[in-house]
Design a protein around this ligand. Structure first.
Ligand code: HEM
Length: 406
């Protein structure tokens, strides 16, 4: 087990290369690790993370004014509380659940098939860069009702916004660069919002434009922030989870064979992927007052990062936590996509992900479409697996070979 001593830093290259190598040592020896360079605390035990995410009085999301608002161009759901949060969250939830979700599944499948088609005769695809990233953006643009032809430009702006939110120690230049991207995204969205106010359709932007909160329609600023909120929240983790799912299945051929034989196991495979390698590794909160966590006093006003990856590998929450096992009894597929989930990949408490049902349907649909096409799937010769990211984390690329489809 690597050492977590006074020199240890979550900002070090060693940690960035393989954070999971340090999870056990952090949980055991430094469950509330202080990082002086960014004046923040990192919490790694499952019970402590759960407490931080569910004690909304003691741990707030106030720091998002600084960490998110400059690029979201207004307040996001995670900053809201009470009736405002409930009402606005409900509008977003409605677009991603029930019949709205069922209607979207054929569109998701069609998009995925079209994006995959050029790679089938080649027998080779980079599941992250050729397929996953464009697919995740396309799927979100469809829900929002934005033009698909704009996806490359939207992806670039989205990259700037995501970098701002997930960067732990960005330089002032990088922050400015990210804010410029967000301003361009806002300038792109404002005429769309104006058009949907005049002529609403059945997309999420129209629903946000026509919804009222306390009898008052949302301002352009509020609608813009919620659009960017959904764009970033739904795109970033989706392609990472898809690539991680395939990586785990390729690394465990017996489990891949079982999923091929019984695609109903895909839900369990996705849930276990989210537990084992959650794409959102950190969730920030701010301590409202001095609070003792695992014996360490976290001072009022301090930023606390919940380490989801470490919490999901806590042996107090899951047996043999480092093992990828789609049959593990302590996960529960149905439960894994609800507020009662034992894994914390979607967060927990008031701000638990609103896209849980959509994420499951999206990933199950795409994986069920891909599996029969990717016959004899394996890593391409010479491919070296590498992950990146501390806040959100996933494969940099996933080059796969398979039997070409003519
Ligand atoms: C595998 C896919 C996904 C993962 C792992 C994931 C993860 C998360 C996590 C960890 C949070 C909690 C943040 C916090 O507590 O501060 C969250 C919140 C959120 N997610 Fe997701 N997400 C996924 C997909 C989606 C999708 C498809 C959408 C589309 C709507 C979405 C929209 C949101 C929104 C709007 C929030 C904020 C909710 C609130 O503050 O009330 N996510 N997500």
């Amino acid at each position: 087990m690597p050492v977590v001593d006074t020199d240890f830093s979550v900002l070090s290259e060693d940690f960035a290369a393989a954070p999971d190598r340090y999870f056990a040592a952090l949980r055991e020896r430094a469950p509330v690790h202080y990082e002086p360079e960014i004046d923040s605390y990192f919490v790694s035990r499952h019970a402590d993370v759960k407490r931080v995410l569910t004690d909304h009085e003691l741990f707030t999301t106030e720091m998002l004014q600084v960490r998110a608002e400059p690029v979201m161009r207004g307040p996001v759901l995670a900053q809201m509380t009470g009736a405002e949060h409930t009402a606005k969250r409900r509008i977003v939830v409605r677009a991603f659940t029930g019949s709205a979700l069922q209607d979207r599944i054929p569109v998701i499948r069609a998009r995925a098939e079209a994006l995959m088609a050029p790679f089938l005769p080649l027998g080779r695809v980079d599941l992250v860069n050729d397929f996953g990233k464009p697919f995740a953006i396309h799927a979100t643009l469809d829900v929002l009702g934005l033009e698909r032809e704009d996806w490359r430009q939207v992806a670039v702006w989205h990259g700037g916004v995501a970098e701002f939110i997930t960067g732990l120690n960005l330089t002032p230049e990088r922050r400015r660069h990210c804010v410029e991207h967000a301003e361009q995204l806002e300038a792109y969205l404002l005429p769309v919002i104006e058009q949907r106010r005049r002529n609403p359709g059945d997309d999420l932007i129209s629903q946000l434009c026509t919804a009222e909160f306390d009898g008052i329609a949302m301002s352009d600023r509020d609608v813009t922030a919620l659009i960017i909120n959904v764009l970033v929240a739904s795109t970033e983790p989706a392609d990472k989870t898809l690539a991680l799912l395939f990586k785990h299945l390729i690394d465990h051929p017996e489990q891949l064979a079982q999923v091929r034989r019984d695609p109903d196991l895909l839900g369990a495979a996705i849930a276990e992927t989210l537990r084992h390698t959650p794409p959102v590794q950190l969730i920030p909160r701010q301590a409202k007052e001095d609070t003792v966590l695992a014996g360490t006093t976290v001072p009022a006003g301090a930023t606390v990062f919940c380490m989801i990856g470490a919490a999901n590998r806590d042996p107090d929450a899951f047996s043999a936590p480092d093992t990828f096992d789609i049959h593990r009894p302590d996960l529960g597929t149905a439960r894994s996509f609800t507020a009662a989930a034992q894994h914390l990949a979607f967060g927990t408490g008031l701000h638990q992900c609103v896209g849980v049902a959509f994420a499951r349907a999206e990933l199950e649909t795409v994986a069920a479409m891909l599996l029969p096409l990717l016959d004899q799937v394996r890593y391409s010769p010479g491919f070296r697996y590498q992950e990146a990211g501390l806040y959100t984390r996933g494969p940099v690329a996933l080059s796969l070979d398979f039997t070409p489809v003519r």
